[in-house]
Design a protein around this ligand. Structure first.
Ligand code: PAF
Length: 260
């Protein structure tokens, strides 16, 4: 990877709003991230770069979406590589606020979806999607993109964001991007770097077993035998969606049941 030559970095929400005004004649594509960028993010940024005049990437490890403090503290941070990758994939601007700037209300105001956000991952991570929806609403209000790009690996997140945009008449399009996988099938994720060598060997079985098991129950049994601690496996709207731990690393994945 070549070192970055130039990319604009904005930290303050007010500066972001001011800068956005200068881009009014451009189409804006937006890729919200929590950093630790990998090839999956690269794919989102490149797609945005192809479809818009300007691509903005946000990097903010959002504490309100972590139900587990350790998971938040251990979230990988790779700032320099992130800037290089974002720049190489065609992003022009990084928005990287801190907590007090993003939450001047200290999270007294929230966006809450009361149905689907309480199922699947939501049933196992209390308040997770309240945090996701709230921060993404804030980011959308600051960046005002025409299109925002999200990976299908986080299928529930993407579906909830589509619902939020519709419910609040927000003038932007959520663009779903298919999951990028390692050659052995493991879905790319910032958390993968936290897997031990042994766990990394087992991890691709999540995808494999979701595809080959006849039922969610069978998948749960096989994953448990392989060494996973299963949070859930459920079939929802023609998708088989799952979350499972290897040690303290929580992996999620999903498959489209209509194409297997
Ligand atoms: O998918 C993520 O990385 C995060 O949930 C998001 C959308 C950037 C919100 O913090």
């Amino acid at each position: 990877m070549k070192p970055i030559t130039e990319i604009l970095v904005i930290h303050s929400p007010n500066e972001m709003l001011e800068y956005r005004k200068t881009l009014s004649n451009n189409t804006i594509g937006f890729v919200p991230t929590m950093g630790a960028l990998h090839q999956g993010h690269a794919q989102l940024i490149k797609k945005s770069n192809l479809e818009n005049d300007i691509t903005i990437v946000s990097i903010f490890i959002n504490p309100t979406q972590f139900n587990d403090k350790n998971d938040f503290l251990k979230y990988p941070k790779t700032w320099d590589q992130d800037l290089t990758m974002a720049k190489e994939c065609g992003a022009q601007l990084i928005f990287a606020p801190n907590y007090s700037e993003m939450y001047p209300d200290d999270y007294k105001y929230k966006i809450i979806e009361t149905d689907f956000s309480k199922q699947l991952c939501g049933a196992h991570r209390e308040g997770h999607f309240d945090g996701v929806l709230s921060v993404v609403m804030k980011l959308f209000n600051l960046v005002h993109p025409q299109k925002a790009y999200f990976g299908e690996k986080d299928f529930q997140q993407m579906t909830l964001l589509q619902g939020m945009v519709k419910a609040f008449f927000m003038p932007l399009q959520i663009v779903p991007v298919p999951t990028l996988r390692e050659s052995d099938g493991l879905a790319m994720s910032s958390r993968n770097v936290r897997l031990s060598l042994e766990q990394r060997k087992i991890a691709p079985l999540l995808y494999k077993i979701l595809q080959t098991a006849n039922t969610p129950e069978e998948a749960t049994l096989q994953l448990t035998k392989a060494g996973f601690k299963v949070d859930y496996v459920e079939d929802w709207n023609n998708r088989r969606i799952a979350a499972a731990f290897l040690g303290d690393v929580r992996l999620i994945d999903n498959i489209n049941l209509s194409v297997i």
